[in-house]
Design a protein around this ligand. Structure first.
Ligand SMILES: [Fe+2]
Length: 211
């Protein structure tokens, strides 16, 4: 079953500080490219010649390499767009279990924002927040490209896209201003929902009991 492009959960002109023009490029043009290429690769893989697989160059190697690039590009963009939303009276910070986890693992919500912002300044692609079932803690991870920097077994709950395409139309090279705008548009109810689901997945996987 081919993967399909997911709609934005908000109107393109609804965000404060992330423009409709940016979203038209980012969501409508760039993101579908990853979905379409993932489908193209999935269709080509069954016919790739396994007998010629080679670490320097082979059709099979190229397809497998770009499979992870496009799959992670799809997954990270869908996470990013899913927890953005118009800041019309919504929570400006998380509550409940997520708030407690961020206090526990980062010291305070403000320290979490400071750390994720720093990760976003240091990364060339993504700053991603994930629950690690092996220690039960929330971590930030730095990814320079879609398929580099993710930690296997961790469950992503939130991500900050810091590729230039995410902000250059609105802010030029002023990435700190974009990161501030990003936090103004986070739907914390959605991130909390992601955290609750991640906790359930961690319990099902059983790896938390090994910590
Ligand atoms: Fe992006």
């Amino acid at each position: 079953m081919p993967f399909s492009v997911k709609d934005l959960p908000f109107a393109k002109d609804a965000l404060d500080g992330i423009s409709a023009k940016t979203l038209e490029t980012h969501h409508d043009k760039l993101y579908p490219g990853y979905v379409n290429k993932r489908n193209e690769i999935d269709a080509a893989l069954p016919n790739a010649d396994r007998s010629k697989a080679n670490g320097s160059y082979s059709e099979y190697r190229s397809l497998k390499l770009e499979e992870t690039f496009n799959a992670d590009g799809q997954i990270l963009h869908e996470l990013y767009f899913s927890h953005l939303g118009p800041n019309q009276g919504q929570q400006t910070r998380p509550t409940g279990a997520l708030a407690e986890a961020l206090d526990r693992d980062f010291g305070s919500f403000e320290q979490f924002v400071e750390d994720l912002s720093a990760c976003g300044m240091a990364a060339r692609g993504w700053a991603t927040v994930a629950l690690d079932p092996t220690d039960g803690k929330v971590h930030t991870f730095l990814c320079d490209v879609h398929n580099q920097g993710g930690v296997w077994g961790t469950i992503p709950i939130m991500t900050l896209d810091v590729y230039e395409h995410a902000y250059f139309i609105d802010y030029g090279s002023a990435r700190p201003d974009y990161i501030k705008a990003f936090f103004k548009n986070v739907n914390w109810d959605k991130v909390s929902e992601n955290y609750d689901k991640a906790q359930q997945m961690a319990k099902i996987s059983g790896t938390a009991s090994m910590a």
